[in-house]
Ligand binder design. Sequence first.
Ligand code: FAD
Ligand code: EPU
Length: 337
Amino acid sequence: MLENASLKSYHTFGIEVKARFLVEVHSPEELQAFYQDPAFAALPKLILGGGSNVLFTQDFPGLVLVNRLQGIEVLAEDDFEVHLKVASGENWHALVQYCVERNWGGIENLSLIPGTVGAAPMQNIGAYGVEIKEVLEKVEFLNLENFASQTLSNADCQFGYRESIFKHELKGKAFITAVYLKLQKRGHLLKMNYGDIRDKLEEARVNEPGIADISKAVIAIRQSKLPNPAELGNAGSFFKNPIVAETVLHQIQTTHPLVPFYPAGEGLVKVPAGWLIEQSGWKGKRVGNTGSHARQALVLVNYGDAKTEEVRDLAYAIIADVESKFGIRLHPEVNFV
Ligand code: FAD
Ligand code: EPU
């Protein structure tokens, strides 16, 4: 148990903030004991995985519980499928590598996403044409109101684009303890349609790609665009890609015929926030100790000693500019704490 602990190394933005108390928890029993300890009863509590999707807006006045629950278990397998139970504190990318090494298909496109397995269902992590909801069978969580261990089926998690029940109805009420996944051992269909995956495979002269080749291609693409938080503090995409009516897109096309977009359901399209931010003149722009990244405008970065107010002010300035230029309001993907 640490008191008045620096959170700088516990979140990837690397902003200097403090927690009144901080503990690393290694088992569901230990977790429950902290939640039920009368010494912490009146204090707010925060679950932290890898801290790669949070922005601390102030010192945290309560108890931060850092998830260290470990274990990967094969529950069942046949020639075609494998069913896994993965403890929520496992590192997501280490799990991807574990599966890729065994040639189990399903999460290779989600290579190199930072953070823990338990945070993955929170926002239904996604990249390069795949979301975790496609392989997730169920989520186990500790109900923080009655301390029962419960599970939710995939359908009950209410997954959407960067959305789940854990960000809404169950916000602050559930500590995800394990995630159940179903992966393919045979007959797995590789997803190569997104963006630069095929180009990367061609560049590497891979003619008959396998699961490991997709993972390598995704890693190479990500390393070429996204800043490494170990070198430059950031939390990935700061905003979600807005989903708007096609009429809004048509309006933009009158002045910007090449605006990129993706279908997002009947009459709706997703417009890349990175493009909107770049067109609004923010890409690569530095303001004090923060800024929009030069290779990916959607990523806000900490050049070393950024204060949370600087990042927040930058985010609001970007939201205001994009709204006045395109009439589209951006919403943060990052969780403000
Ligand atoms: P944290 O940041 O620790 O927590 C995020 C939220 O989940 C917080 O509200 C926290 O309280 C809650 N939480 C965490 N663990 C639990 C739990 N066990 N039970 C209940 N609540 C919990 N995301 C994508 O979807 N796709 C990407 O391609 C992607 N790329 C990224 C690239 C970079 C460089 C970075 C820095 C981030 C990227 N992200 C991406 C965002 C981030 O990696 C994911 O959201 C990841 O799942 C966060 O995991 P974490 O353990 O760090 O969560
Ligand atoms: N674009 C620009 N300028 C930029 C950045 C992007 O014009 O500065 C354009 C690109 O040219 C492309 C389009 O926007 O046409 C999409 O760009 P990219 O493929 O880089 O993806 P993104 O939409 O910016 C999303 C996710 C990422 C995920 C990638 C790959 C969101 C909010 N972000 O980014 O997830 O890794 O796709 O699938 O959906 C994250 O959530 O933290 C994250 C990094």
